[in-house]
Write a protein that binds this ligand. Structure first.
Ligand code: AQP
Length: 352
């Protein structure tokens, strides 16, 4: 939460007002998963009544690895519709590429970031190691993510555990820019769910569940039919101990199932203790199927009227652009660019 008395766009100056602004982003690199829902979408939905919330399908981020343009477009539309179906319909929702201030601010922040700190990003090291040739954008995308957040003077970012390092970079860049050029950005905080902040892959419980994984065996997508969800949970890797207890270090598979069950039902992991792994899996499968049922119903309803989602996104992009413009202008001004359309000020001269 912040007072906007000093850092406000010029149209707000003079009004002391306090608001909390929330931003979250979802990459259309694949189909949204249970991890995305529990780690970020649900916390973002819960914040809608207490804050001014924005979210974007961050389509530019999906260009950082090899991609198929037609599939990207289809995934983008699916994600935008599905996020509404999950309950993010009282937020300002839009497609990142339609609000150009994100990419414009990213360049200014690239002029603030250091190559070494980007090379240290865990996700960069993981993804860069998988390909023979890497796109420059794979290295720089955490800066674009920082721009996504900072361009709205975001206070709170609902994110899963995997994004902690990127959020820390965002905070570092905001502080560095503010120190060097003057107070432009709000330094944001992360909001992490108490449970299931890192949902693990059911087939490989030491690795996070991911939408762009090469094998789908351990991934639950939000639009998977119930029988597919039941089969994925039934196949989930556990251990040979046979005891249902929560201990992520020594029992990652069972603890992951308990965390998912707990996040779905709201009951603490040590309070949900089915007698056997079989019973645990049955309970997890039903809890996930029941949680996803209304989302899937709503998705089908929304997908039948794409024009409605298009209107929602166009309105969202217009509002997001309006909110971003003064922040981008403040950053451009602070860093030393000559602002457009405000007349050329008389400078004292810089000598030879
Ligand atoms: N397994 C997860 N558990 C909890 N939260 C998760 N998130 C992602 N996976 C999990 C959170 O979902 C939000 C949106 O994620 P993203 O679209 O930015 O992509 P990501 O973090 O890189 O995760 P993915 O789904 O695995 O995408 P790919 O495969 O493209 O890397 C974020 O808040 C994230 O923390």
């Amino acid at each position: 939460m912040r007072s906007l008395a000093t850092a406000a766009p010029s149209s707000w100056k003079g009004h002391i007002m306090t608001i909390t602004r929330v931003f979250s982003g979802y990459q259309p690199t694949g189909r949204l998963t249970l991890g995305n829902l529990l780690g970020s979408i649900r916390p973002a939905v819960a914040l809608q009544d207490r804050a001014e919330c924005l979210y974007a399908v961050v389509d530019l981020h999906a260009l950082t690895v090899q991609h198929d343009p037609a599939a990207l477009r289809a995934r983008t539309i699916e994600a935008a519709t599905l996020l509404r179906a999950c309950g993010l319909d009282r937020s300002i929702g839009y497609l990142q590429s339609q609000v150009t201030a994100h990419a414009e601010l990213a360049y200014l922040l690239e002029c603030t970031a250091h190559v070494g700190e980007l090379q240290r990003m865990i996700q960069y090291k993981q993804k860069a190691g998988q390909a023979r040739v890497n796109r420059v954008s794979l290295l720089t995308y955490p800066v674009l993510m920082a721009a996504d957040i900072l361009v709205h003077r975001t206070d709170l970012v609902p994110v899963g555990d995997d994004q902690r390092q990127h959020l820390e970079l965002t905070r570092d860049l905001a502080v560095r820019f503010n120190r060097s050029y003057g107070e432009v950005f709000t330094v944001p905080d992360g909001v992490h769910p108490p449970l299931a902040a890192r949902v693990m892959d059911l087939a490989e419980p030491t690795v996070k569940m991911s939408k762009s994984t090469t094998s789908d065996a351990g991934v639950i997508h939000l639009l998977d039919p119930p029988e597919q969800i039941r089969a994925a949970v039934a196949r989930a890797v556990t251990d040979s101990e046979g005891q249902v207890r929560y201990d992520p270090d020594t029992k990652p598979g069972v603890s992951n199932l308990l965390a998912i069950l707990s996040a779905c039902t709201g009951v603490a992991p040590d309070q949900v203790a089915p007698s056997s792994y079989r019973a645990l899996k049955a309970e997890v499968a039903e809890a996930v199927v029941e949680m996803l049922r209304p989302i899937q119903d709503r998705y089908r309803h929304l997908a039948a009227d794409p024009a409605d989602t298009e209107r929602f996104l166009v309105d969202g992009a217009a509002r997001a652009a309006e909110l971003a413009a003064p922040v981008l202008a403040a950053a451009q001004d602070a860093i030393g660019l000559v602002p457009a359309g405000r007349g050329l000020p008389v400078y004292g001269g810089v000598g030879n």
